[in-house]
Design a binder for this molecule. Structure first.
Ligand code: ADP
Length: 468
């Protein structure tokens, strides 16, 4: 890596349809912002091109938006405005044809809307004379940038960029993902294990040699229990017990849980889709209450059938020991991470997963299904000691008696019994050895899940893309 530092700084332009906090739907939105910031912090120039959604009008963060340019494209007038968001220069593409008047994702015509946006973003770069080193596009929604750039723009004046493409979820738009993989100089997915899992997919396999797995980080300024304005009191690894007790009291009031008793708090913060293991989430409500704990869920289901199942669950279990919040609520999510002793992530597949990383930053012990990025970041206290020492501490001492970097509980199967294996051990630890449980909370808070290391990996990848 020593030679990398000598290279000239890069100009990186992200083209994406999500960005936290102004238009975030899931982890993709978080990555654009926090990866962008981390790379910029290393001395590179980073810009982001996004659609200009009508709901931006209501955003207090975008009050300083100003006019950049306009041009005719695709039978309509396209306006470009600009604003700083979280320290990043953003450009908003606004076609005057109503394409971005509603939610980020709308179903039916999304491919048409986002293909138009991807090309309009290239058109903006061409017309404004920008020549970034790297165009970084994300998922099926801006996959078209890679192909359109090489087939329609590279030989017509926008000559300089190379393309990097990141797959945040292989489950949507495989054909488009494959095309972008083909037209990228390097492409990535968001964890090494997920890279291994998707490497054999027919859309990926022909280009698997260009695929890197770089795990996501979290923005440790946004997720900081010491300074978090959504908590009743800040806390550090040394004050985790007091800080979490205060947060628990506040949460119990906020969501109407029984306010007394020394009960472990188990939480889920998630989109409620099959991917997230909704059947196991449902079972965990039963198991948590059965074991004398309290349960809190924050999430909502895009699919009415799944929402119906959770409504029924709320009817059966909701009350003094289980709270169900069917909403998207960023401030409440902070309070839940802080208040919970255990955060559950029982995904059927998980490209990286951010919830378990945020949980650890807040001293909540992750209980996860061992898949994708969950496998790369959560190391079972009983089963993964040498793997954790190797991955997190760089220890080659496979006995690793003196290094314990394990940080959670995991399971492999997909049935209730598999989940119970991990959840019961976590609850046993809470009940039977509180001092050890607290020391585990402190340990996970001290682990580094920031973007520091992954940002270096991306920068290395960007330089590799330039040389390919
Ligand atoms: P995915 O991108 O598949 O949804 P990730 O774990 O990568 O899953 O990212 C989820 C992010 O969204 C986390 O930051 C999590 O805290 C947040 N999140 C999920 N559901 C909600 C919700 N209902 N309210 C607030 N934040 C949520």
């Amino acid at each position: 890596a020593g030679s990398v530092v000598e290279e000239p700084p890069l100009h990186v332009v992200h083209v994406a349809v999500e960005m936290a906090p102004i238009c975030k739907v899931g982890g993709l939105g978080d990555v654009v912002t926090s990866l962008g910031r981390a790379v910029q912090d290393q001395g590179h120039q980073v810009e982001v091109i996004l659609p200009r959604y009508d709901f931006f009008q209501a955003s207090p963060l975008l009050g300083g938006t100003s006019y950049e340019t306009e041009f005719d494209y695709g039978g309509t007038k396209v306006f470009v405005t600009t604003c700083m968001v979280e320290g990043l220069r953003c450009f908003f593409i606004e076609p005057r044809n109503g394409m971005f008047s509603g939610a980020v994702y709308q179903g039916n015509n999304d491919a048409g809307r986002f293909d138009f946006f991807s090309r309009a973003a290239l058109e903006f770069l061409l017309r404004s004379g920008r020549q970034p080193d790297i165009l970084h596009c994300h998922d099926w929604s801006t996959a078209d940038v890679a192909k359109a750039y090489w087939t329609e723009y590279q030989s017509y004046g926008l000559w300089k960029p190379n393309v990097v493409f990141t797959i945040h979820n292989m489950d949507f738009g495989a054909t488009k993902l494959g095309e972008a993989a083909h037209h990228s100089q390097r492409f990535t997915t968001v964890s090494p294990s997920y890279a291994f899992e998707i490497g054999g997919h027919p859309a990926i396999a022909p280009n698997a040699g260009k695929l890197w797995g770089v795990r996501n980080g979290i923005d440790i300024d946004i997720w900081d229990p010491e300074t978090d304005i959504f908590l009743p009191r800040g806390y550090t690894p040394d004050t985790v017990v007091e800080g979490k007790a205060a947060a628990r009291e506040e949460l119990r009031k906020r969501v109407n849980l029984n306010g007394w008793g020394d009960k472990p708090m188990v939480g889920v913060v998630s989109r409620l889709t099959k991917q997230k293991g909704t059947h196991l989430i449902a079972h965990s409500v039963f198991r948590t209450i059965d074991r004398g704990g309290q349960f809190v869920l924050l999430g909502s289901a895009p699919d009415p059938k799944i929402q119906g199942e959770f409504d029924a669950l709320k009817n059966s279990y909701g009350g003094q020991d289980a709270a169900f919040c069917f909403a998207y609520d960023e401030p409440l999510s902070h309070l839940i991470y802080a208040a919970c002793d255990i955060i559950l992530v029982p995904s059927m597949f998980e490209p990286c997963g951010l919830t378990q990383l945020i949980a650890m930053r807040y001293g909540a012990i992750p209980v996860v299904r061992q898949t994708g990025g969950l496998k790369d970041t959560v190391f079972d206290v009983d089963n993964d000691k040498s793997r954790a020492a190797w991955e997190l501490e760089g220890s080659t001492d496979w006995v690793a008696d003196n290094v314990d970097a394990t940080n959670g509980f995991s399971f492999e199967g997909t049935d209730d019994g598999a989940l119970d294996y991990a959840l019961n051990r976590a609850l046993d630890a809470y009940y039977n050895d509180r001092a050890w449980f607290h020391s585990l909370q402190k340990r996970v808070m001290l682990q580094d899940w920031s973007w520091n290391k992954p940002a270096h990996d991306y920068i290395e990848l960007y330089y590799a893309a330039l040389k390919s």
